[in-house]
Ligand binder design. Structure first.
Ligand SMILES: C[S@@+](CC[C@H](N)C(=O)[O-])C[C@H]1O[C@@H](n2cnc3c(N)ncnc32)[C@H](O)[C@@H]1O
Length: 437
């Protein structure tokens, strides 16, 4: 592609937070550019059928442009929206959500919920930084992937990670570089509970006793639970302490303490998670003789608060270890009106769930959405109310179309949830009511 400077006005933001502009019949995606801006850019490559441009300068800035707070902005692929004022990030997320609903699903919610938002910085309690040995860049790198490629940005701190986790980045660079196996460590997993923090260090070759000693001292000094992982998830074992206390997070509004292991799925943003649960419970409007089905329930993040509200609830989840955690968490919190079922919700077996009378349904599927559940289970149980928590507006839109145009549900509410400030990830909630109510 010919590289030369061009000037143009930016029309829009793409779903991943890049500026979108049209010039000479082509659509260009320019990271760092904002709608309404006049920019100078360099068209520099065509990637997967898209023309990508490099921002050279902003000739007339958007009133919503702010100074990015992080020194790695523009290089690290972790955050792509730091240059946009936080209230405008939320406006962009709402617009993208509604745009997906209308374009993909041909649906419009009757009410737009105020976006759920919280702290903009140091909110991430889970992360999976990569590790790589790159002699040209000074040795061991620890960080997230760069924007638009698979190289690692070497981070000494991260303003989205919980402070306790961010503080470990620099010392981890140093300790990993001192081990004999430093070229064989591809990844770390960070998890922050309310009671303790943990790091899982993945290693491709056995570590020697000197390495283990170094890592143990690191863990003791930083008071972090350190786990080693030599293979799959079942090879995760504690190095220090030998018998760590289980990590937990508290849900004080429901008098719950939820235990988890460092590699378990938990919602990334603890504060937003509490608001999200409260909003879901409010919409479920629980009262006797309700019976709730919570699909894709993980370790019971919504299931247990529903149970605490006093109505019977069944949580369904595909991961065996999460189902076990859900049951253990129910017992620890003295809840006996909850049942967990292990099941693949993309398979035929979901029809088994149709033999019980659930009148309210909560769904929190992965990015691929809940196609099978909607196709096979919803027509069978026809719940009065469906609260759908989504991490992908495109699949929420597709599923909303099925509910509204396929089964005649009312789409009463939708709203964005700012689970991941400064990133283009959009979490959202949709609420549906059966016309039969
Ligand atoms: C977005 S997470 C939500 C977990 C939980 N609701 C929470 O708030 O912590 C999605 C969950 O769906 C589970 N899952 C993904 N695909 C599945 C499938 N085909 N069948 C059953 N569960 C599945 C994952 O293991 C994960 O726990």
């Amino acid at each position: 592609m010919e590289n030369k400077k061009r000037e143009a006005f930016v029309d829009d933001l793409s779903h991943d937070g890049r500026g979108v502009l049209r010039l000479d019949g082509k659509v260009y995606f320019v990271p760092g550019a904002l709608p309404g801006e006049k920019i100078e850019f360099e068209p520099f490559r065509k990637r997967r059928g898209q023309f990508v441009g490099r921002l050279l300068s902003v000739l007339s800035a958007s009133p919503h442009r702010v100074q990015p707070a992080c020194e790695y902005f523009g290089t690290c692929g972790g955050c792509t929206l730091q240059h946009l004022a936080p209230n405008q990030q939320l406006a962009y997320k709402e617009k993208t959500l509604l745009g997906n609903l209308s374009r993909i699903g041909r649906v419009e919610p009757e009410n737009l919920l105020p976006a759920l938002s919280g702290e903009n910085w140091h909110y991430r309690r889970k992360a999976r930084p990569g590790v790589k040995y790159v002699p040209k860049k000074g040795g061991v790198l620890v960080g997230f992937r760069e924007l638009g490629n698979s190289y690692l940005t070497s981070l000494r701190q991260c303003k989205t990670l919980e402070q306790r986790l961010s503080d470990l980045l620099d010392p981890l660079h140093q300790v990993i570089a001192q081990t004999s196996g430093f070229q064989q460590v591809p990844q770390l997993e960070f998890a922050a509970g309310d009671n303790a923090i943990a790091v899982v260090l993945r290693h491709l070759q056995p570590l020697n006793s000197k390495d283990l000693d170094l890592l143990t001292k690191f863990a003791q000094h930083h008071q972090v639970q350190l786990f080693l992982q030599s293979g799959g998830l079942d090879t995760i074992n504690p190095l220090w302490p030998e018998d760590p206390i289980p990590l937990n997070y508290l849900l004080p509004d429901f008098d719950l303490s939820i235990e988890f292991s460092p590699s378990d799925f938990i919602q990334v943003n603890g504060t937003i998670n509490q608001s999200l649960i409260q909003q879901a419970i409010d919409f479920l409007d629980l009262k006797a003789p309700d019976s709730v089905l919570d699909l894709f329930c993980g370790l019971g993040n919504f299931t247990l608060p529903v149970a605490r509200s006093g109505v019977p609830v069944t949580g369904v989840e595909g991961e065996h270890r999460l189902v076990k955690k859900g049951r253990a968490n129910a017992a620890k919190n003295n809840l006996d009106n909850v049942k967990f079922i292990e099941m693949n919700l993309a398979g035929e077996s979901i029809l088994e769930l149709g033999s019980s009378n659930y009148n309210k349904l909560l769904l929190d599927p992965p990015r691929s959405g809940a196609d099978e559940v909607l196709k096979h289970l919803v027509p069978k149980i026809r719940p009065q109310k469906i609260v759908y928590v989504s991490c992908n507006p495109a699949t929420l839109a597709r599923d909303a179309e099925t509910l509204v145009h396929g089964y005649g549900y009312r789409f009463t509410h939708a709203g964005a949830i700012d689970m991941f400030p400064h990133t283009a990830h959009i979490e959202s909630m949709g609420v549906f009511e059966s016309g039969d109510v």
